[in-house]
Ligand binder design. Structure first.
Ligand SMILES: NC(=O)C1=CN([C@@H]2O[C@H](COP(=O)(O)OP(=O)(O)OC[C@H]3O[C@@H](n4cnc5c(N)ncnc54)[C@H](O)[C@@H]3O)[C@@H](O)[C@H]2O)C=CC1
Ligand SMILES: O=C1[C@@H](O)[C@H](O)[C@@H](O)[C@H](O)[C@H]1O
Length: 336
């Protein structure tokens, strides 16, 4: 059976996911799209040569009879209403991060999903599908570096738009790390602190850049993450796990090494779409396969909630400049 998909929000990642479903993956077909900018939706239909209906808005699309699953790739503040509407309509939904902009919003989704009686939501945390992060997790799980003690990480973007402001370093950017470290270390966070180093001259008055986030897990692992979104030189994701017996580093993306003119040179990517292109493919294929079999395996609403709880504490720590506690309720049995 081909999964008939409807896309809400055809901007950067919505168009890219529509392309991969239409051209790269198997088992899915884009039959409907919408965007508050209807011209943008039509443009994506034309450029990808889709046989898809353009709907006036997301709620009309969700209600349509000929759609099996929904892809929510609109702006973060709209995610909660569309995910809740999809659950109410009995449709599987893949929602890009964040699941909702607050922990309370994520909890409303968790409760709706539990009431529906089966997992219907997958959150767009793609890093657990990245081959490099998988190698790192394998090394930790096999005990090859001993017990993990510390993590040093960095999330760097070359530039961000003018509308990107200080809390977005957490809710838009660090949120990937907040998800991936829980998965990597099989642990939850207990506290967060945010430090502001000297600011780069490439930022503006509403964005503190760079930032350093310090996290502590329940097992006492200490994590430092540099968020630097005007680093200029590239899109660069670093992660180094220090264990009792050794250190495991996230592999660099594959890139040609050239010896020429007395230089040894390689390329650093500049675009998140390219850095995680394979991970997005595997992630969305897993969603399509999960809908097909009735069993979703990717990041759950609970993972979206856990990341949001930690993000709320980090935003509070940005403002207070104090160490803030992170308290996670016990995971409901529903989420395994
Ligand atoms: N997993 C990942 O690595 C990434 C995830 N994202 C997430 O995906 C979401 C979209 O991000 P981008 O594509 O970069 O933004 P974007 O601004 O390029 O695209 C968002 C689109 O949604 C549309 N939209 C907004 N509100 C809408 C509504 N109520 N109904 C229908 N359409 C609506 C906008 O008109 C726009 O075309 C964000 O939540 C972002 O955090 C974005 C980039 C990477
Ligand atoms: O999700 C993403 C963007 O929204 C965000 O703005 C970037 O910082 C991330 O690296 C990218 O993966």
């Amino acid at each position: 059976m081909t999964i008939r998909m409807g896309v809400i929000g055809t901007g950067a990642i919505g168009a890219d996911h529509a392309r991969r479903i239409a051209q790269t993956l198997t088992g899915g077909q884009i039959v409907a799209v919408t965007d508050v900018n209807l011209d943008q939706a039509r443009k994506v239909v034309d450029s990808l040569n889709l046989n898809a209906t353009v709907y006036e808005n997301g709620h009309e699309l969700i209600k349509a009879d000929n759609i099996d699953a929904i892809l929510v790739t609109s702006w973060g503040p709209t995610h909660e209403e569309f995910v809740l509407a999809a659950i109410a309509a009995g449709k599987y939904v893949f929602c890009e991060k964040p699941l909702a902009t607050t922990a309370e919003g994520c909890m409303r989704i968790v409760e709706a999903e539990i009431a529906a009686g089966k997992r219907m939501v997958q959150v767009g945390f793609m890093r657990p599908y990245d081959s490099g992060y998988r190698l790192l997790k394998q090394a930790i799980d096999e005990g090859s570096i001993g017990q993990p003690l510390m993590v040093h990480a960095a999330h760097r973007n070359p530039t961000v738009p003018e509308a990107y402001v200080t809390p977005m370093a957490i809710v838009d950017t660090l949120i990937h790390e907040l998800d991936v470290f829980r998965w990597l270390l099989n642990d939850d966070y207990v506290s967060a602190q945010v430090l502001y180093p000297r600011a780069t001259r490439h930022t503006h008055s509403k964005l503190k850049d760079p930032q350093i986030v310090l996290l502590e897990t329940a097992r006492g692992i200490r994590i430092d993450v540099e968020i630097f979104v005007n680093c200029r030189y590239g899109y660069d994701i670093q992660c180094s796990v220090v264990g009792e017996e050794g250190i495991a580093n996230l592999p660099e993306p594959q890139s040609l090494l050239v010896r020429k003119d007395a230089r040894l040179a390689t390329t650093i990517l500049t675009d998140w779409k390219q850095r995680f292109i394979a991970a997005y493919d595997v992630e969305l294929q897993d969603f399509l396969d999960g809908v097909q079999s009735g069993t979703l395996r990717g990041a759950s609403s609970w993972d979206g909630y856990a990341a949001a709880v930690a993000a709320d504490a980090c935003v509070k720590a940005q403002e207070s400049q104090q160490i803030e506690a992170i308290t996670m309720p016990a995971r409901p049995a529903f989420y395994g």
